[in-house]
Design a protein around this ligand. Structure first.
Ligand code: UGA
Length: 435
């Protein structure tokens, strides 16, 4: 078993830390924010992620949380798990990565610096040069990108589709790969640049699938097809597969929007215009706004109308509001003069624009509302089309931004219902396609 240092007690760093501890490694998690470290020492996880609190509790004797960089001195592996947010130019901001490199103490032996943060291709070569310039040429370097999705990050870590390791020395690749002993998965051994690109390309392809199915959904609306049936039929083709073909109101989160910009910028910095990715990003921006057109078709002007936004997190089973479509939707609704009520079972909605009323229950959100919009497909909303909701609403209109409900059952329950890429019912006010 190895001693693993983790720089960054954010979502990636903590999931990585508790999972390595679960695999039997000794883990030191170092962060620069005192409150974060104090909370973790008390056993509190600062975000909502299934299984992380249990793993933290179960592996307490193998986990140390510290502000002191010297505590990583005897670690054999030093994982970089810091944020790489976009800068104004769209490039990834690597300042936190460089801070880690700058702060590395004198390190004995041959520890390996392992990059888990998502970084542009070429970063490893630059960090390698930076380490050498600091006299740390005895420190190895590897890229080991993460493929964890929020909400099931622990199971993604423990049962990954693959582990990717790119290093400058074969021995370093083997050493990093050995940390995952006990996990039955293919190990992709490659060079550093390719490892970095695998991460960016995988996310870009997932986003492409989402924007693709969203455009198919929009064409379905205009032509009389049903995107749910279309996605099921397309996904059964073994060359295509069923994943990431759920049409909706667009992707959000801490990764896709940022990583797509970073890859687009990386390409254009090298003189290449990544046209497909640019379209994927634009389609996603437009998709978030389509709900407004749907509401207007049913309600006319939205001025003075009460709209309930149900679900605020960028996806279910997380409290993460970063780049959530709910933020764009709420802003647009306020701009249209609507009264916006918002509910989420976990996310606090703190990043929503001023003027949105956050309410504690679905019942509070829909009471007297002219429309309810399903923004995030929380399980709690599966029973939305009830008699209580129908009688509580001023106008029983449901716009289902995630195709969560069954259209026929919802209409049978007395609601006017519209999903994404599904047909408006003949009895609904306007069968005209959304522009
Ligand atoms: C994503 C990737 O799935 C992970 O593999 C990757 O490691 C991670 O980004 C990252 O780079 O760190 P995550 O952002 O947690 O993970 O969430 P996803 O489950 O991928 O969902 C992203 C967004 O796409 C959500 O807003 C979701 O609602 C949307 N989505 C997803 C769709 O609209 N349709 C789909 O079919 C799937």
């Amino acid at each position: 078993m190895a001693k693993v240092g983790i720089f960054g007690a954010g979502w990636v760093g903590l999931v990585t830390g508790v999972c390595f501890a679960e695999l039997g490694h000794e883990v030191v998690v170092r962060d620069v924010v005192p409150e974060k470290i104090e909370r973790l020492r008390r056993g509190e996880v600062p975000f909502h992620e299934a299984q992380v609190p249990d793993l933290l509790e179960r592996n307490r004797e193998r986990l140390t949380f510290t502000l002191d960089v010297d505590e990583v001195v005897d670690c054999e592996f030093l994982f970089v798990c810091v944020d790489t947010p976009p800068t104004y130019s769209g490039d990834a901001d690597l300042s936190r990565v460089w801070r880690v490199v700058d702060e590395l103490p004198e390190l004995p032996g041959h520890p390996i610096l392992v990059m888990k943060s998502t970084v542009p291709v070429g970063t490893g070569e630059k960090v390698r040069a930076g380490l050498d310039a600091r006299g740390l040429d005895h420190v190895g370097y590897a890229s080991n990108p993460e493929f964890l999705a929020e909400g099931h990050a622990v199971s993604d870590f423990m049962g990954p589709d693959r582990v990717v390791v790119g290093a400058f020395e074969a021995a370093d690749t083997d050493a990093v790969a050995s940390l995952y002993d006990g996990i039955d998965t293919p190990i992709v051994r490659t060079d550093v640049n390719s490892a970095e690109m695998i991460k960016l390309a995988a996310n870009a392809f997932l986003m492409t699938r989402i924007s693709f199915i969203n455009e198919i959904a929009n064409v379905c609306e205009a032509t009389g097809a049903d995107v749910v049936a279309v996605a099921a039929g397309v996904g059964l083709d073994s060359r295509l597969g069923p994943h990431f073909l759920r049409a909706g109101i667009g992707y959000g989160g801490s990764c896709f929007p940022k990583d797509s910009l970073a890859l687009k910028q990386l390409a254009s910095n090298s003189g290449y215009h990544f046209q497909l990715l640019s379209a994927v990003i634009e389609v996603n921006e437009l998709q978030k706004r389509r709900v407004i057109g749907k509401l207007k078709r049913h309600l006319g002007s939205l001025h003075g109308k009460t709209v309930a936004l149900l679900g605020l997190a960028f996806k279910p089973n997380t409290d993460d509001m970063r780049e959530a479509p709910s933020i764009v939707l709420a802003s647009r609704l306020l701009a249209e003069g609507a009264d916006v009520r918002a509910w989420d079972p976990v996310a606090d909605g703190g990043t929503l624009p001023r003027g949105v009323e956050i309410v504690p229950s679905v019942a509070d959100a829909v009471r007297g509302a002219d429309a309810a919009v399903i923004v995030t497909e929380w399980d709690e909303l599966r029973g939305l089309a009830s008699e209580e909701t129908r009688t509580a609403m001023a106008n029983p209109l449901i716009i289902d931004g995630r195709n969560l409900l069954d259209p026929a059952e919802t209409r049978l329950a007395g609601f006017t219902y519209e999903g994404i890429g599904r047909q408006a019912f003949a009895g609904d006010p306007s069968p005209t396609p959304t522009p």
